[in-house]
Write a protein that binds this ligand. Structure first.
Ligand code: SF4
Ligand code: SF4
Length: 158
């Protein structure tokens, strides 16, 4: 009796295996093929500009204050008539994120009053040294409107 039940259980298992064998494969052929991120995915950060090319960041440091792991450094400087970088009184002269500490919580994005810092869809962030995980303003700032965009997400929010 128990032999029959064992064989029956074996056949049920084989049926499941055979059923899965002929289904379409779901393995993503990364890195040639990228998996789709949801719209709310929180990946690599970017500093955004306005359409006229001015930087959105006004150096207020609210993102740094909101960051639970203290991985954002902002050093502000005054805008002048000769050197206007952002529409506000100040701009971020230095803006750095230590990506090794970042937990991708998105609090910086939530705290920013001008939607300057955003977390985009990019998730391929590996590197070979600790120093290269300190993302500088030059690395984070999106190109001016004349240059091609760095990413395609979250541009239409404001
Ligand atoms: S996503 Fe979170 S941890 Fe990362 S920089 Fe922003 S506030 Fe800090
Ligand atoms: S990114 Fe936003 S919150 Fe952070 S310093 Fe710039 S304006 Fe302030």
């Amino acid at each position: 009796m128990s032999v029959f039940s064992d064989v029956a259980a074996l056949l049920v298992g084989l049926k499941t295996t055979l059923g899965e064998t002929f289904k379409p494969h779901v393995t993503v052929q990364w890195p040639e093929e990228k998996s789709v991120r949801s719209e709310r995915y929180r990946g690599r950060h970017y500093l955004r500009r306005y359409d006229n090319g001015l930087e959105r960041c006004i150096g207020c440091e609210l993102c740094a204050a909101a960051c639970p792991v203290g991985c954002i450094l902002v050093i502000a400087a005054e805008n002048t008539a000769e050197n206007r970088v952002s529409p506000g009184e100040r701009y971020a002269k230095v803006y750095e994120i230590n990506m090794l500490r970042c937990i991708f919580c998105g609090y910086c994005e939530e705290a920013c009053p001008v939607q300057a810092i955003v977390l985009g869809p990019e998730y391929e962030l590996s590197n070979v040294s600790r120093e290269q995980f300190i993302y500088t303003k030059e690395m984070l700032l999106e190109p001016s409107p004349q240059q091609p965009p760095l990413y395609a997400g979250k541009k239409s929010q404001h």
